[in-house]
Design a protein around this ligand. Structure first.
Ligand code: 5RP
Length: 261
């Protein structure tokens, strides 16, 4: 284990390392986006290189696709794979029902399609992402650039009748320009503070003209693996109703740390 890793990176690594134990030879695997998912891709690449594990990986962003190829994973499109055995991804928030806010990294659209096309979605995370009620993290909504200000105004109007604590919206920026997703769209972040009825909000947001998708993942996630900086992991399975605890041993000579800056 690299001594330079921060406690939060150690926690993300522990969750990622445990999650890739779920992958069996021949599986089709959805690969999420973000710093935690990047650990998972590196761990998966290590299994491919060292164990000869065969798998097809479907990335949820160009960033993840680039990293996956770099570490030796066979990358295919979702249309080539058609259906996936499992998707492993990070999240910005998860609640007791394992409903999620995702899209902090801007990849919510591909992430939701890929997760929905999977037998199982596993979220890897550190403990800081756990909440009682979703909404502390700004909710990303992907909108098409055409008429985006109108879509934003319609979203704001819609929020007036929703059970939320805040109603401010912001266009996500990349420097002084709008942030552009892999699909060429913009993201409007909703600063709601607390979402009373996430299921309802997820449904109605997608009725707004110009909205492509929102970052609420309702009834999609099956399992959350929460990593700790000491290597402890907690595994919550919503279908089994089970919670188990394990410990990941960090190896000093781990190859996946060799290419870290
Ligand atoms: C990207 C996402 C990420 O999974 C989410 O933002 C968590 O990222 P990180 O693991 O870097 O905290 O939804 O669109």
């Amino acid at each position: 284990m690299s001594a330079d890793l921060s406690p939060i990176d150690k926690a993300k690594f522990a969750a990622a390392r445990r999650a890739v134990d779920l992958i069996e030879d021949g599986m089709r695997v959805g690969m999420g986006t973000g710093s935690t998912a990047a650990w998972m891709v590196r761990c998966l690449g290590e299994r491919v290189r060292e164990e000869g594990l065969r798998l097809q990986g479907v990335p949820t962003s160009t960033r993840t696709a680039d990293l996956a190829r770099q570490v030796g994973i066979d990358v295919v499109s979702l249309d080539e794979a058609k259906w996936l055995d499992i998707t492993i991804d990070g999240a910005d928030e998860f609640d007791p029902e394992l409903n999620l806010i995702k899209g902090g990294g801007g990849a919510l659209l591909q992430e939701k399609i890929v997760a929905t096309a999977s037998d199982q979605m596993v979220v890897i995370t550190d403990a800081s992402k756990e909440v009682h009620h979703l909404g502390g993290f700004p909710l990303p909504v992907e909108v098409i650039p055409f008429g985006w200000q109108t879509s934003r105004a319609l979203i704001e109007e819609l929020l007036e009748s929703m059970d939320v604590l805040g109603r401010q919206t912001t266009l996500r920026l990349n420097g002084s320009q709008p942030y552009v997703t892999d699909e060429g769209n913009y993201i409007v972040d909703l600063h709601l503070n607390r979402i009373g009825n996430a299921r309802q909000l997820a449904l109605v947001l997608n009725q707004v003209p110009g909205v492509v998708e929102n970052g609420l993942f309702i009834d999609i996630c099956d399992m959350v693996i929460i990593g700790g900086s000491d290597g402890k992991v907690e595994i919550r399975d919503i279908n089994e109703g089970s919670v188990s605890n394990e410990k990941i041993e960090f190896a000093d000579d781990d190859n996946i740390f060799a290419d870290l800056d």
